[in-house]
Design a protein around this ligand. Structure first.
Ligand code: ASP
Length: 328
């Protein structure tokens, strides 16, 4: 009898939660990188689309908790109150960091509720405008000729830019060639690149297209297996695979997460809002212009999103292990 009463009370509170959620309390989307970078950009556009999807009354805020390749922000969300008011937007780092950190404060597949995959974004290999090279071939030769003198920016161990740089250095066997300079995100790293304080970087098109178009950085290649033939600006850049880097194929993805234990009714509400947001015309247009592809397949659903990330963890481990010698 007592048990029944407890169950009934739990069900009532679940229902009450779903009825009142989100209420007037803001929903914070934690971005584990600095403001002004690609993850931040996706989060801000997504927050707006989700606000609309929830009838315009939900109050979304983006919170930048950067450091340690995204792991500080991810830890914060893993440990947050699971009430649907703290979410995490993280990228491929969710799957890359387990292979790069000896001790993570969270378990990617156990400490989060999966809400759905958001987008997939190619990367570009870019350099400061003063670099003498204008083609990928010249760029690679320049890197090799200046071994030990150059530096490459990234957003911390396990970040997308770090992963891309590792894979690339490993593919061209440029072991001694570069010093890595970590930033809290590729937003500030981009400023350093434009200012000529660092020499090169690999970053998502969501952060690089505007700078490439304005001539503030030089682009040399894209990281997808094939060139981005449909993109009006990036279509002219070769893929690294075309340039002889066998099997090089890197696409960054972003997903939305909540802390483990968030009530199922709240998760369902958030997933519904996410799916509506992913079809929002403004959101899709913005993402398309930046070279990102919004997810339309079943990975919008929690179970498929989680299965995808589990697959990525397994896929990245051997790639990272092979390239790890290039990490510092
Ligand atoms: N693009 C960054 C990375 O390399 C993250 C960011 O600043 O959004 O992971």
């Amino acid at each position: 009898m007592k048990r029944l009463l407890v169950l009934a009370l739990a069900a009532t509170s679940l229902f009450a939660h779903a009825q009142t959620y989100p209420g007037s309390k803001p929903i914070s989307i934690v971005v584990p990188f600095a403001a002004g970078g690609p993850t931040d950009r996706v989060a801000r556009d997504l927050a707006e689309a989700m606000r609309k999807a929830m009838g315009g009354s939900a109050n979304f805020v983006v919170e930048n908790v950067n450091g340690a390749g995204g792991t500080i922000g991810a830890t914060k969300v893993a440990k947050a109150n699971p009430d649907g008011h703290t979410l995490l937007l993280f990228h491929i780092g969710m799957a890359a960091t387990p292979a790069l950190y000896r001790k993570l404060q969270y378990k990617p597949l156990e400490d989060f509720e999966y809400l759905g995959l958001v987008n997939e974004v190619p990367m570009t290999l870019i350099g400061k405008p003063q670099l003498p090279a204008n083609t990928y071939r010249d760029f690679e030769n320049y890197i090799k000729a200046n071994s030990g003198k150059l530096n490459i920016a990234h957003a911390g161990l396990g970040s997308a830019s770090h992963l891309c740089g590792l894979m690339w250095q490993s593919a061209i066997n440029a072991k001694e060639a570069m010093t890595t300079i970590p930033f809290g995100g590729t937003g500030p790293a981009m400023n350093a690149l434009v200012g000529g304080q660092v020499d090169l970087m690999c970053d998502q098109t969501t952060n690089t297209t505007g700078q490439i178009e304005a001539g503030r950085v030089k682009a040399f290649a894209v990281t997808t297996a094939k060139p981005l033939s449909k993109h009006k600006l990036l279509k002219d850049y070769p893929s690294l695979q075309e340039m002889g880097l066998k099997g090089f194929d890197l696409t960054i993805w972003h997903g939305l997460y909540a802390p483990k234990g968030t009530p199922p009714a709240v998760l369902a509400q958030l997933n519904t809002a996410l799916k509506v947001a992913l079809k929002d015309a403004d959101f899709m247009k913005k993402q398309d212009g930046l070279g990102a592809v919004v997810v339309t397949d079943k990975r919008m659903e929690p179970a498929a999103h989680k299965a995808f990330v589990a697959g990525e963890i397994a896929k990245l481990k051997p790639v990272i292990d092979a390239a790890k010698q290039f990490a510092d």
